[in-house]
Design a protein around this ligand. Structure first.
Ligand code: GTP
Ligand code: MG
Length: 375
């Protein structure tokens, strides 16, 4: 049994495969790791298979899986998971875009309690070298979509990551396209993750395989994971939907409180409606705060609480910001774009909701990724 398996998917990587295998093996030796290297190849038409077969003769920790059907990067990595003989898997590209020196750190992070470790291009300290604008835009779009599902992860579509084998237990992966990590995050069972920054370096040797179909595959994958999360309540994406839905339900109670309080103040207490309205608005903000504090985020394991006066003040300020945004959009759409006013108000409310949720999540209740237990 190996300590870890490094999975290298390949398609026509004759220019890189020898060097990457040697580099990963050197890292194993340097850190006294008993590691396996599993090359998963989609029947390359160049010398890749021959080179790996040659390496296997002298290195008994090198494995080669040649796939004959259902070609694809994600499918290959998923096959690698099945054939690996260790409890920890790390996936790395063959073309030196990902630095093998980070492998021991990734391994340690999983050993110390994380289920998933991600090499991130988008967190502080990470980056991308030598990418044309088109690649950057596509990658930004893909990352943005992925972050809707996993807001705590800066690079949910990274090709450089590690997982504990148990993450995949019972996970019905439907691998397709390039973004196997997103599939693992969406369908796997995991609690703790950590990201490590790294600088992505564009390939120097060999050719790229990114095509339009890759982008379409990705859109389907995001949809699929979203639908999956609705029926799998232990998934990470579901944890986020649950927050959004609770926040929405609380928002609806706020409307009831707002209108109800307004009418009681005017009809029963005889208070002038122009004075009663701001009081009713504040009462609904207090109502929303209370229920979000107790229910939406109250039992959230990721919640890092400040004192309640802080939370209340933050929530009030964010709510005022949301109202200003709502009103600004209303004015802009009705005056600038001549949009029918209830529609404009609806759009304003929607954007205001997104603002209120995302900012309160981050600022008021400070939802943070679950980190490994400090030992
Ligand atoms: N098994 C398998 N591996 C693939 C396939 N497509 C790409 N790969 C490998 O997956 C890794 C990432 O592919 P790349 O072509 O480098 O993708 P990229 O990094 O997005 O794009 P470039 O670096 O610009 O080429 C490399 O190790 C490829 O050899 C595939 O269909 N099957
Ligand atoms: Mg590459």
């Amino acid at each position: 049994m190996y300590d870890l398996t490094v999975i290298i998917p390949t398609y026509n990587e004759e220019a890189n495969i020898r060097n990457i295998v040697m580099a990963v093996d050197a890292v194993f030796h340097e850190h006294a790791l008993h590691g396996q290297i599993l090359v998963v190849d989609d029947r390359s038409t160049d010398a890749t298979i021959g080179i790996v077969t040659g390496l296997k003769r002298t290195m008994d920790n090198v494995g080669l899986l040649v796939r004959e059907t259902d070609h694809g990067l994600s499918q290959s990595v998923a096959d690698g998971f099945i054939h690996a003989s260790s409890e920890i898997f790390i996936v790395i590209d063959a073309d030196f875009s990902h630095p093998p020196v980070l492998i021991p750190r990734m391994y340690d992070e999983i050993r110390s309690g994380n289920d998933v470790v991600i090499g991130s291009r988008y967190m502080e300290g990470g980056g991308i070298k030598q990418w044309p604008l088109k690649r950057r835009i596509i990658s930004f779009g893909a990352t943005f979509l992925g972050r809707l599902l996993f807001p705590d992860i800066t690079d949910p579509v990274s090709g450089f990551f590690g997982i504990r084998k148990t993450v995949l237990e019972g996970a019905a992966l439907k691998p397709r396209g390039y973004k196997i990590l997103l599939e693992v995050l969406g369908k796997g069972t995991w609690e703790r993750h950590v990201e490590i920054p790294f600088e992505f370096v564009d390939r120097e040797a060999g050719s790229s395989k990114l095509r339009i179909k890759t982008i379409l595959d990705y859109a389907r994958q995001v949809t699929d994971i979203t639908i999956y999360s609705f029926s799998h309540h232990d998934s990470a994406a579901w944890r986020e939907w649950k927050r959004v839905m609770r926040f929405g339900i609380v928002g609806i109670t706020g409307i009831v409180v707002n209108i109800g309080a307004l009418m009681i103040l005017v009809e029963i207490f005889g208070i002038d409606k122009n004075l009663a309205s701001p009081v009713a608005i504040e009462l609904s903000i207090l109502n929303n705060f209370l229920w979000n504090d107790l229910w939406t985020f109250g039992s959230d394991p990721g919640c890092r609480r400040s004192s309640w006066p802080h939370r209340l003040a933050a929530f009030n300020l964010v709510s005022v910001g949301g109202a200003v945004i709502n009103y600004g959009i209303f004015l802009g759409l009705t005056a600038g774009f001549l949009i029918y006013y209830p529609v404009a108000q609806f759009v304003g409310t929607l954007v205001g909701f997104v603002w209120n949720f995302t900012v309160n999540r981050r600022v008021t209740w400070k939802i943070e990724p679950q980190r490994r237990k400090e030992s």
